[in-house]
Design a protein. Structure first.
Length: 518
């Protein structure tokens, strides 16, 4: 019988509850100390379920002077400054913002409670003036400057992406409210705003332009999440138990965890960070699962991608500069910064000469989960049975049944509502990418060779499939291109059987009209 098994703090976002309850804690307090000692105004963006709320709660406990909670942690030996400060912690994540009064009412609840604690009665004033007076009075009454922590500052804006008028109302409210922090500099010791997205300064932060954005700061790249070293140091018992449960070695278990949950990078140094929510769930349950996606993915992302008519295969290697990557405009439909800040894409490489970041999926959980999430937006009309049966596709591909595979693919395309698609060719390309990728094999779209670029290469244990798709041109032409440009040459020494498939997609019938298999 195992003694003292690890207690995994899934869903526990309060630092005091976590520490007093004996839950596992990965010590981030050295970074917290560096943060609070070397700056005053900060902004941090991280994906949902990535530990932002726990970080805010940890900083709150530090400024409240609760040293007993930090015994044995790094910060306990780094400082003797444990004087309590007045702390104003606002969490905007817990509410639904359905009408124009929702946001103001949420803020007023916090202000009412704090004003009562400090003997103030300013309910007749607007929220900006109440907040300003509160910060000043708390500083005067305690003799110590105040701390303001705003968690999920952007929740009201993200909740209203479908309602631009209401979103604009919230933008104006938040712009004025957050702007108070700049005018209260003399009374503030520290301020931190966290969220998923960073809306452009002209939208929300124009009155708070002194924030230090540490989202891509190498010093704080691991302040949320779990590094490979932290995993090995803190969760050996869980790794071993999971290995026994799966009947594999500890090393193979670590490789599985890395493949599925590692791969996030929050700076140009490319330091690996695991998604903590998925990792802890996997260790607790002893299985590999899609835990992060079970908590929900916003539908507006899929709709934004469709409106932009994006090529989904480009998401494997999107190149952007830091300005585009870190700025979300309330009006624009640019999905890339939203995908990065939301955690669906991460930094894969950085070119310091041109200051360009290459983005891609962080891990298998995110890639497969996101593509599965997108599939219904590119598949048949609601209520119509889809021809997409992944098990049948997999069996056909694994056993070299190319004819059956293509008949199945043809039937799938015949179901699609192309009358609702502006760019039929792009939609067709995206469906091919989704289907081939979700089969779980090695798939490369736009595969480059020395003589050209074929549309797709798919590898199974015994076969290599080379696809060339032609829109409004014959399957013979597609096959001729495969032969003349020697797309199979890089694989001839591989040992697996090569299957060449030329496909014609007809704009008239809006489906696969013919294909050739060799």
């Amino acid at each position: 019988m195992e003694m003292n098994p690890t207690r995994y703090p899934i869903g526990i976002q309060n630092f005091e509850n976590l520490r007093s309850g004996g839950w596992a804690y990965v010590d981030k307090t050295a970074l917290v100390y560096d943060l609070v000692m070397n700056g005053q105004y900060y902004f941090l963006s991280r994906p949902r379920r990535f530990g932002k709320s726990l970080l805010v709660s940890t900083i709150e406990a530090y400024f409240q002077g609760k040293r007993e909670l930090f015994r044995g942690l790094a910060i306990d030996s780094l400082t003797e400054e444990w004087d309590p400060h007045p702390v104003f912690h606002i969490d905007l994540n817990a509410k639904n913002y359905e009408n124009p009064d929702s946001l103001k009412n949420t803020i007023k609840v916090y202000l009412d409670e704090w004003e009562q604690a400090y003997g103030l009665d300013n309910g007749r004033l607007d929220i900006e003036d109440r907040f300003r007076i509160l910060i000043h009075e708390a500083s005067v009454q305690t003799g110590r400057r105040a701390v303001v922590l705003i968690d999920e500052y952007d929740k009201p804006l993200l909740s209203t992406v479908h309602d631009r008028e209401l979103q604009e109302t919230y933008r104006a409210i938040l712009k004025g409210f957050y702007g108070v922090l700049k005018s209260c500099g003399a009374d503030l010791r520290f301020a931190l705003l966290t969220g998923v997205t960073k809306f452009s300064k002209v939208s929300v932060f124009s009155d708070l332009n002194n924030l230090e954005d540490i989202t891509l700061d190498d010093r704080y790249a691991t302040i949320c999440g779990i590094t490979p070293d932290e995993l090995a140091d803190n969760f050996r018992e869980g790794i071993g138990r999971m290995a026994r449960n799966l009947g594999i070695s500890d090393g193979d278990t670590l490789a599985l965890l890395k493949e599925n949950y590692d791969g996030y990078h929050f700076s140009s140094s490319l330091t690996d960070v695991y998604n903590p929510f998925s990792l802890l769930n996997s260790l607790k349950k002893g299985v590999i699962g899609s835990f992060w996606f079970e908590t929900g993915t916003p539908t507006f992302l899929a709709k934004m991608i469709q409106r932009e008519e994006m090529d989904l295969s480009d998401l494997e290697n999107e190149e952007v500069d830091s300005t585009r990557m870190m700025t979300v405009d309330l009006i624009s439909d640019d999905a890339i910064p939203v995908l990065f800040q939301s955690g669906y894409l991460t930094i894969q490489n950085y070119n310091p000469l041109f200051r360009i970041y290459s983005l891609g999926y962080p891990n298998r959980e995110v890639k497969e989960g996101f593509l599965n999430f997108l599939l219904p937006y590119y598949t048949p009309r609601p209520g119509k049975r889809s021809a997409f049966d992944i098990r049948a596709f997999v069996l056909d591909a694994e056993q070299g049944r190319a004819e059956a595979f293509m008949k199945r693919l043809t039937a799938l395309f015949s179901d699609f509502p192309y009358d609702q698609v502006a760019d039929c060719e792009r939609h067709y390309h995206n469906v091919v990418y989704l289907v081939l990728t979700l089969l779980g094999f090695y798939v490369r779209t736009e595969y480059r060779t020395s003589e050209g670029r074929c549309d797709a290469v798919m590898k199974t244990d015994r076969y290599i499939y080379i696809f060339e798709f032609k829109y409004a041109r014959s399957a013979k032409e597609a096959m001729r291109q495969i032969q003349e440009r020697h797309y199979a040459a890089p694989f001839e020494a591989d040992g697996r059987e090569i299957i060449r498939i030329g496909v014609n997609f007809s704009p008239d019938t809006r489906t696969i009209s013919e294909y050739i298999i060799e």
